[in-house]
Design a protein around this ligand. Structure first.
Ligand SMILES: [Zn+2]
Length: 290
């Protein structure tokens, strides 16, 4: 049975209203808006046990028809890995050790190894993807516990590309990363779909972040945000489909009060209207085939 969230997972408020209700690939998906902090979160949602079964058996098949890596997905991942590597090159001077959580087939690991000469390690729950990555001489662990057992030195950069929105409790997970895997002077790289550009309401997305709520989430987990950008790379030159952030450990922020965001529903409506117009009249730049 799916679980109903009584409290907002970011600020703890019990005041939330219905934000969106739809069917996604046969699953009923209901998202709620916290009227205190503006976070949009799925509720009811899969329990931890249901999610474990879902990611082991159904996720890849539901999204791409098979649990094996497929060419179309690999090409998208390669294009995204290239864009993220360029983003890192613009902001991070050097990387000695790099960890990618949700490493998938290892495309980002390959780019960062090549461009920065870094020692690279990944975490990826999908077994077929780990096998694929192993062909490129990459080390991937199934989860954080297996990574911890391997006793790697702290990482200079930990990346989570299209992962945080899937987690049941992002603040807790990101805090754990900060304390156990990331160097105290390291960088966290996060990319998520943007509520103000991406459709986002998928069964696997527990959260639909805005730049504001992503920033508050990073603060709550004890990070200082250094760079944040809404953009469409590699998919669109015009629609801000994604939010990419670089943040650094700073436990002082963990004490900060959550700052609320106003008019989330209105901003979403305007963003989706703009998206529709761009897709219709400037389709070449608005949606690039990869
Ligand atoms: Zn809230």
């Amino acid at each position: 049975m799916p679980e109903e969230l009584r409290k907002c997972p970011l600020c703890g408020s019990e005041k939330h209203t219905l934000f969106d209700k739809r069917t996604f690939k046969g699953h009923q998906v209901v998202n709620r808006l916290c009227t205190s902090c503006g976070l949009v979160f799925q509720s009811p949602r899969m329990t931890a046990e249901e999610a474990e079964v879902f990611y082991a058996a159904e996720y890849r098949r539901l999204y791409q028809g098979t649990d094996q890596p497929v060419i179309k997905d690999l090409l998208v991942q390669r294009a995204r890995a290239q864009a993220l590597t360029a983003f890192l090159q613009a902001h991070v001077p050097a990387i000695g050790r790099f960890l990618d959580i949700g490493a998938s087939a290892g495309e980002l690991l390959l780019y960062v190894r090549k461009e920065f000469g870094a020692e690279v390690v990944g975490v990826e729950p999908g077994e077929a993807y780990r096998r694929h990555a192993a062909q490129h001489n990459l080390t991937l662990y199934p989860d954080l516990d297996a990574l911890a057992q391997a006793e790697h030195a702290p990482f200079d950069v930990v990346s989570m590309s299209h992962v945080v929105e899937h987690l049941p409790d992002p603040v807790r997970y990101l805090s754990r990363l900060r304390k156990t895997a990331l160097a105290s002077d390291g960088w966290l790289l996060v990319e998520v779909p943007n509520l103000y550009g991406h459709q986002s309401f998928e069964v696997a997305h527990n959260f639909s972040f805005t730049p504001h709520t992503l920033r508050q989430t990073l603060y709550a987990a004890g990070y200082r945000v250094e760079v944040m950008e809404a953009h469409g790379r590699p998919r669109s030159d015009l629609i801000p489909l994604y939010i990419t952030a670089l943040a650094r450990p700073d436990a002082r922020y963990a004490q900060k009060n959550i700052q609320g965001e106003r008019n989330v529903a209105l901003k979403r409506r305007l963003a989706m209207l703009r998206r529709k117009v761009l897709l219709r009249y400037l389709s070449q730049q608005a949606w690039k085939e990869i």
